[in-house]
Each structure stands twice: as structure tokens, then as C-alpha cells.
Design a protein around this ligand. Structure first.
Ligand SMILES: Nc1ncnc2c1ncn2[C@@H]1O[C@H](COP(=O)(O)OP(=O)(O)OP(=O)(O)O)[C@@H](O)[C@H]1O
Ligand SMILES: [Mg+2]
Length: 456
């Protein structure tokens, strides 16, 4: 592995030697300079990631040199060393861009820890600079609402752009919150049907009893309450596009009906006999493993093959970490605008926390985290404290209150609290919250609506 270049600028030869020997032993490529002039010669020859800089040097004071250094090589991490420690000095050094400030005699182990930390941050900083450059180069003004910087996402978009030109059924797969709906929107907008209707239905959110009539419509008197005939989404989407979201939650009887539309392009309203021709392009999405559902008999194999003509799989965010930073910036701008706040950036710690988080709730979780951070932020920079997933959560059940309530209300109260807590901990990701609560997502959605806990 390539050694990290490190420069020691220190006029006390013994000090310089002790530091140099220790750090060389720890695997650094060490150079020594006894004055600012010598240091400049070294710097002209090669870049250094780390510089240990003495406060007092024979030809110039270290602080002035520090200012110069940070101006010319902002990515160099400078650690100041001094024999006379004062708070003012430390503050002054940090203000001028020093990474850290240590008093002599230097504790070598402490120094090593600080250097390692500085290097870690430097790497992050470099990655960010690189990403920023790429983003600036590649950002396409016409597609402003989908961020795709990782190779994985770019490939998905490339394929999406191609299939958009056709009438082929597209099956969009990916974990919850990865952006399946965003992609469906994009395909629609890029398709020749862009001027025709685009209708969406979430098969998981609608009670099974209503779903059939939503999709296929019904005739008057088809069931109690059907006092007039109503066209379904397939008819309404005629010549356009229909997005069947959460297709994995489509009950088996409806799967059979859907198969029929896909095969011969006709539907029959509930309670009706007439065959109605529809010309609809289908986009479908699910976070379920359809193949496994087929194996278990929960999803029709013939329908699966009909849907699986052209599949786009969106990778989870943790497998395309290059997107985290551009997405975070994108959401920062979006929510700063929405909440009328002037926020320019993330602090280094905040960014580091974001980049090292695993985002089980994918892009939606990131989006929720940033919106909360924007709301919480006290100044122009989002700090680690603004990121709720790192915050402590104060809790305590008001048990006496519960004991005094009538049982149904106590149960409702408890249920509501638990759901709120789970939703908070899951950052609004319903599948995750449902999992935490040990209930199905469908039940969770129902309860959220029942208790008015739905986000707006
Ligand atoms: N690439 C992206 N660029 C910008 N925003 C994105 C991107 N991907 C997702 N989002 C945003 O993240 C949120 C979740 O995306 P979306 O609803 O499309 O996910 P999903 O895969 O359909 O999730 P679910 O399975 O839970 O329905 C949305 O607010 C969306 O705008
Ligand atoms: Mg979705």
C-alpha cells in the first residue's frame, strides 16, 4: 500500500527526530523541515496530506505559515504543535484552519490517533470534491427531480429511457423507498404517451373489496351501494399509462383479471357482461420478491411472466453510496426552499454521519432525515445534532394515565403511541415500522389512517 506523505516542520532537532522515527515506524513517508523556507522546498516537490507544524520557527511564525498553507492547499491537514499552550492560541489555530492543536511534549499515541482521524476526514473530503465535480459535469437541467450519480442508477436510467419509447410492460423492482414511483413517472414522461393520461393505483392501500371496482369499474347495481355505473382505471387510462404500484399485494382473484387485460386487452366491469377494449400501457412496481411469491403460490406464475417482460431493478441506497451526497444536497435545497430557510451546507461531521449510515429505508429515509434536519437547523449549516437518527429519544409511558382510562381508550392510546414511536424510529418508512410492530403494512396503513397519523 502507498505510504501517506507527512511533513514535520519543527526547528528543535530532537523533537523532530522523535516524531519522525515514531511516525516512520507507523508506516508514514516522513520528511523533516527545520524552517518555513525548508518546508516550502519540500512542498514544492510533492503534496503532503499531513503537516505537523511548530508554532515558533526561526524564519517565520507557524501561524502565518498556516494561513498561507490553508489558502494554497486547503485539503492539507495541519496539526499545530506548541510548547506554550493557551486557549487563545488553540482557538486562533483552529480558526485559521488547523485540524488540531497539541502541546509539547507530544503524546505520540494521541498524535497518531489524531492523524488517523484527520486522514479519514481528508479522504471523505476528497471524495466529496470529486463527486461535486462529477455532479457539475453531468447534471442535466431537463431532468431535475431524479438524482442518479452512481453507476448503478445511471444504468437503470439508461434502460428506462430505452423502454420508455415502447409500449412494453415494465416491472420496477426495488426495496421500499428506492424510488420506484419516481422511475415510473420518468418512464411515463419520456414515453410517446406523455400527453395522455397517467393514472396510479396502490394495490396495497385499497381494501380488497374496493380494488376490483377501482381497477375495472362496475355496472349499476353490481353490489349494494353501486347506485350508478362507474368506469374503472383501465377505462380511464385508455390510450395512456396505468401504474400499478405494490403489484405484489394484488389479491389472487384480481391477478387473474389483470392477466386477462394484459393478454387480450379487454376488461369487464364488475357486474357487467360487455367486453370493453382498452389500450393501456402498464407500469408495475413492487418491493416484494415476486419469484418467491410464485413459488409459494401467492402470485400467479403466468401473470409474473406477463409482467416480467422488461424488469428494472433499482439498487438499494446502501449499494450506491455515491448517490447519498448528491441526494442529500438535492433534498437540502428542496426543503430549505419549502421551509423558507437559508441553509447552505452540511457540517463535516453531519456529512460523515450521512455517508456512513446504512439507510434501511433507502432514499425516502434520507429524504425524511434531511427534511427534519432542515426544520431543526439553527443556522446555515446542518450539523450532526440536526440529524435525528443520531439523536437520543427521551421516553416514558404515562402509566397512571393509562390505568385510569377506560380499556378501549387505553388500548387505542397505547396503540397510537407505539405506532408513532415505530414510525419515528423507522423515519416514516412504513414497511419497517410495520415490521417493528409485528403487523402487516396493510394493517399499519389502516391504523395510521384511523388515528389520523398519516403524513400530509
Ligand atoms: N433518484 C432520486 N432522486 C430524487 N428523489 C428520489 C430519488 N429516488 C427516490 N426519491 C424520493 O424518495 C422518496 C421515495 O421514492 P418512491 O416513492 O419513488 O419510492 P418507492 O420505491 O416507490 O417506495 P415504496 O416501495 O415504499 O413505495 C420520494 O419522495 C422520491 O421523490
Ligand atoms: Mg412506491
Amino acid at each position: 500500500m502507498k505510504k501517506t506523505p507527512l511533513l514535520i516542520v519543527e526547528d528543535d532537532e530532537t523533537q523532530a527526530r522523535i516524531l519522525a522515527e515514531y511516525l516512520a515506524h507507523k508506516g508514514f513517508e516522513v520528511d523533516k523541515a527545520y524552517s518555513v523556507a525548508e518546508a516550502k522546498k519540500h512542498l514544492a516537490q510533492k503534496p503532503f496530506d499531513i503537516i505537523l507544524l511548530d508554532w515558533r520557527l526561526p524564519d517565520q511564525d507557524g501561524l502565518t505559515f498556516l494561513t498561507e498553507l490553508k489558502r494554497e492547499k486547503p485539503l492539507t491537514q495541519v496539526i499545530m504543535l506548541t510548547a506554550f499552550a493557551t486557549v487563545e492560541r488553540a482557538v486562533e489555530a483552529i480558526k485559521r484552519g488547523a485540524y488540531h492543536y497539541l502541546t509539547k511534549p507530544v503524546n505520540l499515541e494521541e498524535l497518531l490517533l489524531i492523524i488517523e482521524k484527520a486522514l479519514k476526514e481528508l479522504r471523505l473530503q476528497k471524495e466529496v470534491e470529486l463527486l461535486k465535480a462529477t455532479v457539475a459535469e453531468l447534471s442535466e437541467p431537463q431532468i431535475t427531480d431524479i438524482v442518479a450519480e452512481s453507476a448503478g442508477m445511471k444504468e437503470v436510467l439508461r434502460l428506462a429511457a430505452k423502454v420508455a419509447q415502447t409500449d412494453a410492460t415494465v416491472l420496477i423492482l426495488g426495496e421500499s423507498g428506492t424510488g420506484k414511483e419516481v422511475l415510473a413517472n420518468l418512464i411515463y414522461r419520456a414515453s410517446p404517451r406523455a400527453k395522455k393520461p397517467f393514472l396510479k393505483i396502490n394495490c396495497a392501500a385499497i381494501p380488497e373489496g374496493l380494488l376490483e371496482s377501482e381497477l375495472f369499474g362496475h355496472e349499476r347495481g353490481a353490489f349494494t351501494g353501486a347506485d350508478r355505473a362507474k368506469p374503472g382505471l383501465f377505462e380511464l387510462a385508455h390510450e395512456g399509462t396505468l401504474f400499478l404500484d405494490e403489484i405484489g399485494d394484488l389479491p389472487l382473484p384480481l391477478q387473474a383479471k389483470l392477466l386477462r387485460v394484459l393478454q387480450d386487452g379487454t376488461i369487464r366491469r364488475v357486474g357487467g357482461l360487455k367486453e370493453i377494449r382498452v389500450d393501456v400501457r402498464i407500469l408495475a412496481a413492487t418491493n416484494k420478491d415476486l419469484e418467491e411469491m410464485v413459488n409459494k403460490g401467492a402470485f400467479r406464475e403466468d401473470l409474473f411472466w406477463r409482467l416480467n417482460v422488461f424488469t428494472l431493478k433499482i439498487p438499494p441506497l446502501r449499494e450506491r453510496r455515491e448517490d447519498i451526497w448528491p441526494l442529500a444536497r438535492f433534498f437540502l435545497q428542496k426543503f430549505a426552499h419549502k421551509h423558507h430557510k437559508t441553509i447552505r451546507d452540511f457540517s463535516r461531521e453531519a456529512l460523515e454521519a450521512l455517508l456512513s449510515y446504512h439507510f434501511p429505508g433507502n432514499v425516502r429515509e434520507l429524504e425524511n432525515i434531511i427534511e427534519r434536519a432542515v426544520i431543526l437547523a439553527e443556522n446555515e449549516v446542518i450539523t450532526k445534532e440536526d440529524l435525528p437518527f443520531l439523536m437520543q429519544e427521551p421516553r416514558g409511558e404515562p402509566s397512571s394515565l393509562l390505568e385510569n382510562l377506560p380499556l378501549p381508550e387505553a388500548v387505542a392510546y397505547l396503540e397510537k403511541q407505539r405506532i408513532k414511536k415505530a414510525m419515528k424510529e423507522a423515519h416514516g418508512v412504513k414497511t419497517r415500522a410495520a415490521e417493528m410492530l409485528g403487523i402487516s403494512e396493510r394493517v399499519l396503513r389502516y391504523k395510521l389512517a384511523k388515528y389520523g397519523l398519516e403524513e400530509p
